[in-house]
Design a protein around this ligand. Structure first.
Ligand code: PAF
Length: 285
């Protein structure tokens, strides 16, 4: 694999290789099995894959969160070395490369701006859209791979593609979990031991909620989720919503389910000092 720091070098190398489709896996580093599964999927269908590692300042609405975000460049390189091939590239730009000038663009994503993460992390998706559109401009991939753990982010990126008329195909890969069910996340390394030990309660509870849909009303299910998790020391549910996979409109009663849509239970939890998200498909048919 080649490690490249500037957009110019990246474009020149991609040009010389002249192979398609070009696969792209954007990351913020602190890599884990979830990222590696994206890279492996990309490598299955793309003769050349670019993995970017860039902790994007514009998507952090909280300065402490940006400061504390895990950074493990040496470990990342070792992991990537196992899955990337000779012609694949790791793109590690610095901030001036991605943002030569301050990015003042404002993106709008309809209902996606009004629910869940957008309400709890104001400006977050604008920052995600800024960085993803810049990285797309620099890398110019054919196919880009994202994790379904960031369910709302995936919907935002698909909408960005639709709004800009871009030809890039977006692939969402299933969540990769630890053996005890906790969704893999770079932030898991920040969990204090006691909190980490109890963190599987999140997936256990939303899995139970997904099964309750046939018998219980949605407000009752939501109450169950927030009480069950909230009872564990150090855990607090920020939201649990059942939404469709396109517009992410929260459903509060069984008769609001639309035919042909998939529905997901999406959760954000404060686990000690760390904020975790997860989701599960709710079978409503
Ligand atoms: O999901 C992430 O790691 C980030 O939000 C992304 C897509 C790499 C943009 O910084």
């Amino acid at each position: 694999m080649k490690v490249i720091k500037t957009g110019g070098d990246l474009q020149a190398t991609i040009g010389q290789l002249n192979k398609s489709p070009l696969g792209f896996v954007p990351t913020m580093g602190a890599l884990h099995e979830g990222h590696l599964s994206l890279v492996e999927s990309a490598a299955e269908i793309c003769p050349v894959v670019v993995v970017s590692i860039f902790v994007n300042p514009t998507q952090f609405n909280d300065k402490n969160d940006l400061r504390n975000y895990p950074r493990t460049p040496e470990k990342d390189m070792k992991l990537l070395d196992k899955v990337l091939r000779l012609n694949d590239m790791v793109f590690m730009p610095d901030v001036n490369e991605v943002y030569p000038q301050e990015d003042k663009r404002q993106f709008h994503f309809g209902n996606l701006d009004n629910v869940m993460e957008a309400l709890h992390r104001p400006g977050h998706f604008n920052g995600v859209a800024q960085v993803v559109s810049r990285l797309f401009e620099i890398v110019n991939p054919d196919i880009a791979f994202f994790g379904q753990k960031d369910f709302q982010q995936l919907a935002v990126i698909k909408d960005l593609i639709r709004q800009t008329g871009s030809k890039i195909s977006i692939i969402g890969n299933p969540i990769i979990r630890e053996d005890d069910g906790l969704a893999m996340s770079s932030r898991n390394t920040l969990l204090e031991p006691d909190i980490r030990k109890n963190a599987p309660v999140i997936f256990k509870t939303i899995s139970a909620a997904a099964l309750m849909i046939k018998e219980k009303e949605i407000p009752e299910i939501k109450m169950y989720v927030s009480e069950k998790i909230g009872r564990v020391q150090g855990f607090e549910v920020e939201y649990f919503e059942i939404v469709d996979d396109i517009e992410l409109i929260p459903v509060n009663s069984g008769n609001q389910f639309k035919r042909g849509r998939k529905y997901f239970g999406c959760i954000a939890v404060r686990a000690g000092k760390v904020r975790l998200i997860d989701n599960i498909e709710i079978g409503v048919t």
